[in-house]
Design a protein around this ligand. Structure first.
Ligand SMILES: [Cu+2]
Length: 134
């Protein structure tokens, strides 16, 4: 009976994955998006580092209108940016190309931020032995 219950649980999960659109596709990055708060009048955090294919979401918190416009991107990456939004607004972008991205808010001078996209170092081939404690 226990085995049967497991079988149906697995079957149920499988059907659920099949029924939810897009859930069967491999996910590029399982990590949650990095958050940048759009405040009056600064980006919080102003500078972040992420891995390639990671997602960044800007969340508008201030009372003023703001936008995110890229002024410098690595070769092969799109500039682009968000529309002007107000409190509660959100905008997300996935960063595929490694390098440094600089952006500003066009409405307020001095409101700027940086995204550094860099692949994490490969895992060390030599694993550290964990000695049992005595
Ligand atoms: Cu702004």
């Amino acid at each position: 009976m226990f085995r049967l219950a497991i079988f149906f649980t697995v079957l149920g999960a499988g059907l659920l994955a099949w029924a939810v659109p897009g859930s069967g596709e491999p996910r590029a990055a399982a990590t949650k998006p990095q958050k940048v708060w759009v405040q009056d009048n600064f980006f919080d955090r102003r500078s972040i580092q992420i891995a390639p294919n990671e997602k960044v979401v800007w969340i508008w918190k201030g009372m003023n209108r703001h936008n995110v416009r890229f002024t410098k991107v690595p070769k092969g990456a799109q500039r682009g940016g968000s529309k002007t939004k107000t409190e509660g607004g959100r905008w997300r972008r996935v960063f595929k190309v490694e390098g440094t991205y600089r952006y500003i808010c066009k409405l307020y001078t001095g409101m700027r931020g940086t995204i550094t996209v860099k692949a994490p170092p490969p895992p060390e081939s030599k694993s550290t032995a964990i000695l049992p404690s005595q």
